[in-house]
Design a protein around this ligand. Structure first.
Ligand code: 5GP
Ligand code: ZN
Length: 140
């Protein structure tokens, strides 16, 4: 975490210092194949500037990242004809982030492809939702 741009693996890919299989790029983003692909066609959309996570993206970068994720999804749809497409984006160790340079996974999905994700629904009462929503509105 807080890794300098000198040591950051995705900064090195953006600078062309280590090899990567690039699919497309624009001014603010680079889309390349995930070296640990979960399914064939698994792409990463990385920010070109070094920002650690989603919270670190300014408006222009956030827009560019999701524009590129949509572009990657359309390419996956055409080229791989998957049964589905998942988008995954981790921020922080607890969220499963391992490379601390912001990126979005866009990956083709198939029935029973082994990727599992548990979703422990809590169904809190409305008052709890209202309470945390008020805190969030204040924080905007
Ligand atoms: P996350 O931080 O979202 O958990 O995962 C980082 C992703 O980056 C992993 O899926 C991993 O396979 C991928 N990755 C790590 N190092 C490299 C690399 O040097 N090249 C490429 N193409 N992908 C990488
Ligand atoms: Zn970086």
């Amino acid at each position: 975490m807080g890794e300098s741009m000198d040591n950051c693996v995705f900064c090195k890919i953006v600078r062309g210092e280590i090899p990567a299989t690039v699919v497309f790029q624009d001014e603010l983003t680079l889309a390349f194949m995930d070296i640990g692909s979960v399914n064939p066609g698994h792409m990463l959309v990385a920010a070109k500037p070094h920002v650690e996570n989603l919270q670190g993206m300014d408006e222009a970068l956030a827009c560019a990242m999701f524009r590129s994720a949509a572009r990657a999804a359309r390419a996956i749809e055409s080229a791989c004809a998957p049964a589905g497409i998942s988008v995954y984006q981790a921020n922080g160790v607890a969220a499963g982030q391992t490379v601390f340079h912001a990126h979005i996974h866009v990956l083709p999905r198939w029935e029973n492809d082994g990727l599992t994700f548990t979703w422990p629904v809590k169904n809190p009462p409305r008052e709890e939702l209202e309470k945390v929503a008020a805190q969030l509105r204040t924080a905007l």
